[in-house]
Design a protein around this ligand. Sequence first.
Ligand SMILES: C[S@@+](CC[C@H](N)C(=O)[O-])C[C@H]1O[C@@H](n2cnc3c(N)ncnc32)[C@H](O)[C@@H]1O
Length: 345
Amino acid sequence: MELLCIQSQEHPELPLAELKAVMECEDIDAEIEKVTEGLVILKDIPDDKLDEYYEILTRRLGYTHEVHQILARTDVDNLDEDVSKIDWAEWIDENFAVRVKRFNSQIDTVGTERHIGTLILDNTERIRVNLSKPKSLVRVVAHQNDLYVAIEKIKLNKKHFEDSKPHKRPFFYPGSMNPKLARCMVNLSRVKAGELLLDPFCGTGGILIEAGLIGCKVVGSDVYWKMKNGTAINLDYYGITDYRTFHLDVRELKMYEKVSSVVTDPPYGISTSTGDVDGEGIFEEFFHAIYDNMRDDAYLCMASPHYIDLKPMVDEVGFKIVEQYGIKMHKSLTRIISVIRKNLD
Ligand SMILES: C[S@@+](CC[C@H](N)C(=O)[O-])C[C@H]1O[C@@H](n2cnc3c(N)ncnc32)[C@H](O)[C@@H]1O
């Protein structure tokens, strides 16, 4: 069985990297076929695992917009025959809409939607079209001459990423990253529901909100009491209950329990205060402070500006960088997202 993922194209690598990280930590056994940027198929999924995988992916992913079960792979010449072969009564609940999305394809979107809708109606009884509020969505993806006919069984909560933008939270302070990137970083850290995730520069709690929403236990600390308090206000607002917050300098960090994951956005530049440490110093001190608080198999995912070279710092402490991605913010700043582990070799 196959799942089709329609991904964000706002970054060339992060959406796929996030998907791979989730598959790795959730033991999702499937082959990845990248059709083109923004379109990925998970193949060879065991029948009895499909619904479980589907639920995990839709609950966790930030940079994936839609996940569908593929019912047929076809092309323009074989479309009628292949669509008619599908037992639509099994997939459609009362009413439906067909929506076509194109990737490098010239296909007539509206015409194809109407055509497939008619084919489905011709092959079923008591099923109606409902374009405004369909109970079932038939998603057809056209890529060059190929067509993927699929059904949406679980909708991703895209609205959440709009509703949780920093300025919409009860406690706001400038400098919080956008929630999709925060979710992606949580996922890159390979953490699972029920495990403990720490952000020792928690600020307004943007990263902890995303981790809490996928079911992690979360801990946040910040050198400023106001931030620690604001994080708690925001976590309460999003219904996250399994959390603790501390008012402390990262250099004094001594966790009550080793954590499974650290995801963080340390301060840099003139707009974010670093207590009394300057520039790169806080990064070095952070690596030293965090090492013993992490389990040996834990991952650290962090953001940093391109002009700070993390490599010598992580080497010195005994970490290793396993993945890095650049996000161009503006002409003179690229943000680097690094995935780091203990180097136990
Ligand atoms: C870039 S902000 C983090 C933003 C956060 N991800 C959010 O969603 O709001 C960095 C945070 O680190 C805190 N900070 C600065 N120096 C610190 C230190 N020495 N120990 C702990 N926290 C510190 C700042 O107060 C600030 O809230």
